[in-house]
Unconditional design. Structure first.
Lengths: 370, 335, 400
């Protein structure tokens, strides 16, 4: 069997090791200019990158919200190994919460837009618990189809239940009482989203390095062993689900505020699949990788919108090719059971970075899927 | 009757109804229609379930394999000289002949697409030992690619429908009218299922499939050619999808549209899981059950609740039987 | 104005023929007894605004945008309009060498969630002085306030939801009658011309479908005794068909778009339901005939659009320039684009001036007289009915 997962190209591993060997302050020193550049992208309008067929700040905002969703989905799929095909359901719930509390079309009391963000997160977390509690006992692919069903149910219920106004939708979402939108232009929304992404990255990163993160890794690798070793598997699965849901809801609320219009047509299965593609493309389990993946998935169709006819065809073929040539994603998942676990493991076994086990992320070294 | 009482409530129609009277009245009609639709779901579900049983892979591109078969059916009719809007006068023998030709062509095209899919999209990943999640993304990419190719070739709208066989009522069952299309669909779906079941359970090739599904390494040691088995699995799934496409086109002649497979694929996959994924009997049961439940749900709750009922039933069933109704699988479902 | 008089004559003729038609024997089995057959399609008004103008217009660097579905949902409806608008622009540019107007196309796919993004793009292109669009009610609702904020005129040639005009958007203008006219007209057609005592109203889940179904149900009152809902993208209508079969209505009104109406009409026909199938402008397209097959034979349509049968110059030019037959709302698209072109010809160079021009516009088009009130609605809003004959949609007389 080919063992391409055993040794990544030497140069890349070299870079990765170099990066890890830098001290934290040195890492920040490199990161900060990059972050500043990212902030100023829509203002700078760089010639090749700027989208010509569509509004560049809006495109950047779309990339940013995909990135936020990808971080959330990464927690569920990448960290905890729970295959969630209906993530768009949480995104939808967040958007609808924002719509219900700020749109003149809804009959609920109006709230200032910023308050709907934590409210959206809270409601989505509740939905996460409602969905997770009965279904997280299911394993693997059964969970996948159930979450797919859940995502579809949300979309269809929004269509059928009159107060949620189906395709008619909610207008003027994110405006305050006299109709002024929260932010006048897309660039401000982009900056807000990027700031939120940074905060969420820090929080999620902390979680990853904590007991919770290690528990997720152990669940992802082998659930039964984790259970035997005393990890409260169900509890941490729910945690993963709920945290992922909250981030998805937050992104949905931001989307609703920016777009100003929420109806059930933007929350279909294909969107769920695109979210998943963003995560896997970037490297499930790697929270920076999924940002890259989200950038690819969201940005490419917008950049080439003039090729409207061939847009999705190219995208589909690109997905196939990318998966063939880089199945571990752009930045493969990293695993840190102990602070220096990976290095110790490498030295112990005398071989390169290995992701073993039966999880969805596992490369199969046993001769094909079983 | 409930509907007669709603005229003055037209302004404030409840968004869900419990029209038990309507359900009771339409019960047999819905049963017949549900079984016919369910037969189509069952045949497509067989494709999902076989591939999953052997490879533990959710083949999301299977819906596109189905839709390619639908286009192949339409093209066959077109090439044979039939045109839209003209109902030909054909004898029974001629109808059987032409439908048979279309069936063979559709099966061949769908089977070929499935094999091509395996060769181009999945085999390189298997050779690289890619994680399972990656297969899913590739399947999505392949699904996009095939859909868009069909769209570029055939355009956005439904192909003008060509109908060989007009639905003629044949007999009545408890007040429900059963047409010739219903009979053909249900009989053919069940027959094909028997053929598939025979193939998997009684032939050598089928035994090979079951062996690989259970334990690929031991099967290889025992002399089973794993790669060949995988190709045959995809092929068989594709053949069944092609047949399902023909039946679908008989029932809904407007079905040849580039995105016509997507929703049906999801329903068929739901049916496969409902019955027990990896389980052939489960695919048949799940498909028929889903078709019935959808139609009953429409009558009971109102037309717009059709899809939700299907998913809710799935979730409820999985709550009580986590591996589907019939549970046991070709190999073992991945846990 | 002769245009108004012509209209009055036509209305009288229609009313007379409705009365005559209603008395005609209905048991001929064909649909001829249900027609208001002698109400002819209007002829091309002599003073209809011509995009060619006087040939002396001067302008530079101006564009008008079409925003709506081109390759998405129910694309045929959008393409009809786009071709009509394109014809007007081509005729204008041909006749006015010193004023070449560019027609820019933006595809919203007919989806309300895509429309705001596309409309933002349109607004951000400074050379666009006016917009023909958005063709669908749902997307108009989603993006209308963006046009309003930007002060960019958007004349919709086909979005019929009445509530659109109540949003206080000063940039919203409608090129034809809305569902508050079409709904009662459809009800009148059903009860008076088709003599239906019992009607089943089936709606889809779109903004347009739900709104229009509500109007029709209100107007029908107790005659709308059964109803059901279908979803966009649905192909299997067996349960609904069974229900209708049990109800045995005299007519079925389907409020939605042609991709669903086609299979639905066919499945009704397969079941042996002989009730008349009546559908609004969203279904009135050749694609419906393709999709419905034999089910289209007893189909009728209502539409606030005007039949172009006698617009001989227009139809000939359309076929020659666009290479296709005119479709639903093609003449309206042409008329609406002509209004904007007249604005450019009159020297308008910015959006505010174009807005003022349209607000004050008073002129005759091919289809009707265009003069908008402060809500953006027209005063003159005829509703016509159509039927299917020999595989084509033909005029069946004016309803109101």
């Amino acid at each position: 069997m080919t063992t391409s997962t055993v040794s990544a190209p030497r140069k890349r591993r070299f870079l990765r090791e170099q990066w890890n060997n830098l001290s934290r302050p040195a890492q920040w020193a490199i990161l900060i200019p990059v972050v500043v550049l990212i902030y100023f992208l829509p203002v700078l309008n760089p010639p090749l990158i700027a989208t010509t067929g569509t509004d560049f700040p809006t495109a950047m905002f779309d990339v940013a919200r995909y990135a936020l969703v990808a971080i959330g989905l990464n927690v569920v799929v990448g960290q905890a190994g729970l295959l969630d095909l209906g993530y768009v359901g949480f995104f939808a719930v967040g958007a609808y919460v924002a719509a219900l509390f700020t749109s003149p079309n809804s009959s609920l009391a109006k709230l200032p837009y910023l308050w709907t963000l934590p409210l959206a997160m809270a409601v989505t977390m509740i939905f996460g618990i409602i969905l997770g509690a009965p279904t997280l006992r299911l394993r693997g692919d059964y969970l996948a189809i159930v979450t797919l069903g859940f995502g579809e149910i949300i979309r269809l219920v929004a269509d059928n239940v009159d107060p949620l106004r189906g395709q008619s939708g909610f207008e003027r979402v994110g405006t305050d009482a006299d109709g002024t939108p929260f932010f006048a232009n897309a660039t401000a929304w982009y900056w807000l989203t990027v700031t939120i992404i940074i905060v969420v990255l820090l929080l999620v990163g902390n979680l990853e390095r904590s007991r919770v993160g290690r528990a997720w890794v152990s669940i992802r690798e082998d659930e039964d062993v984790a259970e035997i070793m005393g990890v409260p598997v169900f509890k941490f699965k729910i945690w993963a689900f709920v945290i992922g849901a909250a981030i998805g809801g937050l992104s949905g609320a931001l989307y609703a505020g920016k777009l100003g219009f929420v109806n059930n047509q933007s929350f279909d299965v294909i969107t769920s699949m695109l979210f998943l593609a963003a995560v896997v493309l970037g490297g499930a389990g790697n929270k920076v990788g999924v940002l890259l993946g989200a950038a690819v998935v969201a940005y490419l169709p917008l950049r080439f919108v003039q090729l409207a006819e061939y847009n999705y065809l190219i995208f589909g073929i690109a997905l196939i090719i990318l998966m063939i040539f880089r199945p571990q994603g752009l930045l493969g998942a990293r695993q840190r059971l102990l602070a220096r676990g990976r290095q110790a493991y490498q030295r112990l076994l005398g071989r390169g970075e290995q992701i073993s086990g039966e999880s969805a992320l596992a490369a199969d070294t046993q001769g094909g899927p079983r | 009757m409930y509907p007669a009482m709603t005229p003055f409530l037209a302004q404030s129609e409840p968004w869900i109804s419990f029209d038990v009277a309507g359900l009771a009245e339409q019960f047999w009609n819905n049963t017949v229609d549900g079984l016919a639709q369910g037969g189509i779901y069952a045949l497509v579900a067989l494709g999902y379930t076989l591939v999953y049983g052997v490879l533990k892979l959710i083949n999301f591109a299977h819906s596109e394999v189905f839709v390619v078969g639908a286009f192949a059916t339409w093209l066959t009719f077109y090439v044979l000289g039939f045109r839209a809007g003209v109902t030909p006068e054909l004898s029974v023998v001629e109808i059987i002949l032409f439908l048979g030709i279309a069936c063979v062509v559709a099966m061949a095209v769908s089977g070929g697409t499935a094999v091509l899919l395996e060769r181009v999209a999945y085999r390189p990943l298997r050779n690289r030992n890619a994680p399972r999640l990656v297969f899913l993304i590739t399947a999505i990419g392949a699904s996009f690619a095939i859909q868009q190719t069909l769209r570029l070739i055939f355009g956005l709208n439904q192909q003008p429908q060509i109908r060989l066989l007009q639905p003629e009522p044949l007999f009545r069952v408890f007040g429900a009218t059963v047409t010739n299309i219903h009979v053909i669909l249900i009989v053919a779906a069940v027959l094909l299922w028997f053929v598939a079941d025979y193939f998997i359970n009684r032939t050598r090739l089928g035994r090979g499939i079951r062996a690989v599904a259970q334990d690929p390494d031991t099967a290889t040691l025992m002399g089973v050619n794993k790669e060949r088995v995988i190709v045959i699995t995809f092929l068989v799934g594709g053949l069944l999808a092609g047949a399902a496409a023909l039946f679908y086109m008989m029932r809904i002649p407007q079905g040849a549209i580039y995105n016509g497979g997507f929703l049906l694929g999801i329903k068929a996959f739901t049916a496969a899981v409902l019955g027990g994924i990896g389980n052939l009997r489960g695919a048949l049961l799940g498909g028929l059950l889903l078709g019935l439940v959808e139609n009953y749900g429409q009558s009971l709750f109102g037309g717009e609740w059709k899809d939700i009922v299907a998913f809710v039933v799935l979730i409820v069933v999985l709550m009580f039987r986590p591996t589907g109704i019939l549970g046991e699988s070709l190999g073992k479902a991945r846990v | 104005m002769s245009g108004a008089r012509l209209t009055r004559v036509l209305v009288l003729a229609a009313a007379a023929s409705l009365a005559l038609g209603a008395c005609a024997a209905r048991d001929q089995g064909s649909s001829s007894g249900d027609t208001t057959g002698s109400a002819a399609a209007p002829s091309q008004a002599a003073d209809a605004a011509n995009p060619r103008g006087d040939g002396n217009a001067v302008c530079s660097g101006v564009s008008i945008a079409y925003a709506g579905t081109i390759n998405g949902n129910s694309a045929a409806l959008g393409q009809n309009i786009l071709r009509g608008a394109d014809l007007a622009v081509k005729q204008h540019n041909e006749a006015n060498p010193n004023c070449q107007v560019t027609l820019k196309q933006f595809d919203t796919e007919g989806k309300p969630d895509k429309a705001p993004g596309i409309v933002t793009q349109v607004i951000n292109e400074p050379d666009i002085l006016g917009v023909v669009g958005l063709p669908f009610s749902g997307e108009s609702k989603a993006a209308g306030n963006l046009f309003n904020q930007a002060g960019l005129v958007a004349i919709t040639p086909s979005a019929t939801n009445p509530a659109l005009a109540d949003n206080g958007w000063k940039t919203f203008f409608r090129g034809m009658g809305n569902d508050a006219a079409q709904g009662p007209a459809a009800a009148k057609f059903l009860t008076e011309t088709l003599k239906a005592g019992k009607v089943c109203v089936i709606e889809d889940d779109s903004e347009y479908g739900i709104g229009l179904a509500g109007q029709v149900r209100d107007a029908l009152g107790s005659k709308a005794s059964c109803s059901d809902k279908v979803k966009t993208g649905q192909t299997d209508f067996s349960a609904v068909v069974n229900k209708i079969s049990a109800e045995s209505p005299d007519a079925i009104f389907f409020s939605g778009y042609y991709p669903e109406a086609g299979p639905f009409a066919q499945q009704l026909n397969d079941k042996g339901i002989t009730a008349k199938f009546v559908a609004p402008d969203g279904v009135k397209d050749a694609e419906f005939l393709k999709g419905a097959g034999a089910g289209a034979t007893n189909a009728y349509f209502t539409c606030p659009c005007v039949p172009e049968d006698n617009f001989t110059d227009f139809t000939a030019a359309f076929k020659q320039v666009e290479g296709a037959d005119p479709g639903t709302y093609s003449p309206e698209g042409y008329d609406v684009m002509t209004v904007l072109l007249k604005g450019i010809d009159s020297g308008v160079t910015d959006r505010a001036a174009m807005l003022e021009f349209v607000q004050n516009y008073d002129g005759q088009g091919l289809t009707k007289k265009f003069k908008w009130n402060d809500k953006g609605e027209l005063a003159d809003t005829p509703v016509w009915s159509y039927r299917v004959e020999n595989g084509k949609i033909v005029n069946n007389g004016q309803i109101s």
